[in-house]
Ligand binder design. Structure first.
Ligand SMILES: [Zn+2]
Length: 389
């Protein structure tokens, strides 16, 4: 087993909790941790305890007035009308006790992963508690208070001076990270997501390519609703290969939201576990081909916390540690431990059955549309390449 990877983990991740009925539920990290432990694929040597991000670190991205507002809200001292100006207290992102501490821990966890990799202690590090890609400079949004990935990327820029490729495979557009680096040519962002036509946050159009010096360093592939594995993976694979070859990053940061799965209750895509095997495999290859192995991975969305998230995130860790050749039944002890708590039947196997869902009538049309979107997204790179010939 590879010891060259770190798994940043603490049960305190569960403190990031809006309320009992909220779809964002960090129990999924504990379920994944337990699945990997039960499998024997994760042990104490891999685990690193996280730290809280300092106010100065949060301020790499966030406004000081916003940080102060989050602190006051978590103490119950922020008037509702003021809170709403900061995106706090909405249906998506309600106020909860100690929300500053819980949110700063998730950011500090991603910084812990960054330091583990960039100090040379490990090659790859995973923080499943992070991936809160909708957080803005001065505003909470879409279940996200602080944006751990954006803070981590700015931290990498200032502390290590490396060029960063950010890859976001969450079903929602990685808007907060994109806008934070929209004019920065040293940070290249690539987000593949369900089209924003009907889905939050509505952005991530193929024409969002960056601004000023950052023009050409922002890539978006909005795929159609009901997109399946084959078309999703063709788009992801083609785009990530060409973008990596164009940008030649020093380090790769991947956001691994797993809400594009057919079972996810918040989105309308139709990918299966097949996709969640390939996503980390290609990211892993890119990390070694371009970045000397330097790869920081974070979690993200994922709202079927029983049937989808534990398997998909376990496969991410298994890929990182060169143990991805697991197939067949899930560990029985894990299923027996958690089935009594789950409102749905836990899956029996690592992979989904071929007949997970009925055939999609518009398949050909959807695939054709996605292929056209990939063409548009990469036309900038392809044009500049042909100009050099
Ligand atoms: Zn999402």
């Amino acid at each position: 087993m590879s010891q060259n990877c770190a798994f940043v983990y603490s049960e305190d991740f569960l403190q990031y909790k809006f309320h009992d009925d909220h779809p964002f539920n960090q129990l999924r990290v504990k379920l994944t941790h337990d699945l990997l432990r039960t499998l024997g694929a994760l042990d104490d040597r891999h685990i690193i305890a996280p730290r809280m991000a300092t106010d100065d670190e949060l301020a790499l991205i966030h406004d000081r007035s916003y940080i102060a507002a989050v602190k006051a809200a978590g103490r119950g001292e922020l008037p509702e009308t003021v809170a709403l100006n900061y995106g706090l207290g909405t249906e998506d992102t309600p106020v909860f006790p100690n929300m500053h501490e819980a949110s700063a821990l998730l950011v500090g966890s991603t910084l812990t992963a960054v330091d583990a990799v960039l100090s040379g202690r490990v090659e790859h590090a995973l923080n499943l508690g992070g991936g809160l890609h909708h957080g803005f400079r001065g505003k909470a949004s879409g279940f996200c208070v602080y944006n751990d990935s954006a803070v981590a990327i700015q931290y990498i820029r200032e502390k290590y001076g490396l060029r960063v490729l950010y890859v976001d495979t969450d079903a929602h557009h990685g808007d907060g990270v994109q806008w934070a680096f929209y004019d920065d040519p040293n940070v290249c962002t690539f987000s593949i997501h369900e089209t924003g036509r009907y889905l939050f946050p509505g952005t991530g159009n193929v024409n969002e390519r960056g601004h000023g010096a950052g023009y050409g360093y922002s890539f978006n592939i909005p795929v159609d609703a009901f997109t399946e594995d084959e078309s999703w993976l063709a788009a992801y694979t083609t785009a990530l290969r060409e973008i990596a070859d164009f940008f030649r990053p020093d380090v790769i940061v991947t956001q691994n939201g797993v809400d594009a799965h057919y079972y996810d209750p918040l989105t309308h895509l139709s990918v299966t576990m097949k996709t969640y095997r390939v996503i980390p495999r290609l990211a892993h290859q890119i990390a070694h081909e371009y970045c000397g192995g330097r790869w920081i991975a974070v979690g993200g969305g994922g709202y079927d916390i029983w049937r989808v998230v534990p398997r998909a995130w376990a496969l991410l860790w298994l890929e990182m540690t060169d143990q991805a050749d697991v197939f067949g039944p899930l560990p029985a002890a894990w299923r027996e431990r958690w089935q009594p708590l789950s409102p749905v039947a836990l899956p029996l196997e690592w992979d989904d059955p071929d007949d997970l869902y009925p055939p999609i009538p518009r398949r050909a049309e959807i695939n054709e549309k996605n292929a056209h979107t990939v063409e548009k997204a990469l036309s900038f790179i392809r044009r500049s390449h042909s100009n050099q010939l």
